[in-house]
Design a protein around this ligand. Sequence first.
Ligand code: MN
Length: 231
Amino acid sequence: MLSVIPNPPRIALPVAGSADLFPVRRVYCVGRNYAAHAREMGADPDREPPFFFMKPADALQSVGGEPAPHPYPPRTENYHFEIEMVAALGKGGRDIPVEAALDHVFGYAVGLDMTRRDLQDEAKRMARPWDLGKAADASGPIGPLHPVAAVGHPDRGAITLEVDGSLRQQGDLAEMIWSVAEQIAYLSAYFELAPGDLIFTGTPSGVGPVRRGERMTGAVAGLGQIVLDVV
Ligand code: MN
């Protein structure tokens, strides 16, 4: 049988240190997973269970070792960076226990959960979905995947974002409220997870706007950095 339209391309992320690719299925993102960021968003980090939203997989922007142009999206005056570590699942399942959860991770990458904050704020005010704020085209820049076999399971170390060389976000993976294992276990109670799923694991405090002409450099200790020139 023929497809009646061209097959949509499926995004696949390069695996660092090899010529292999990691095809992406779904992209889950956790909200307010660092206490200081939860407070800057006006929430109480001690009382809220984790919550998740999704980005379309085709909103990812695969970024290599060179600075990449990043398109400023339409319909926003307040486009924010959120530096995040991304976990990539190599195995799926339902009701995965916390103790077994990390066995499902293939690797980790540096990512940005770019956000039209003005539209997200409006959605919050009006009790509407976040998609217009969170799912802009190219709103998920992500670097190469580093396999667990090479980097283990990073649970401490610096996570930073600079704009034009000035430090804007600085946190430590150890400050996550919900660990990667807990996020996988929690999600797997709501969805059947599958190989190819990504989880953006939350951002430290210091989120803020970026403008055309500025350069963002996002880094996670042990996972390298991505550099984006906003155009
Ligand atoms: Mn985020």
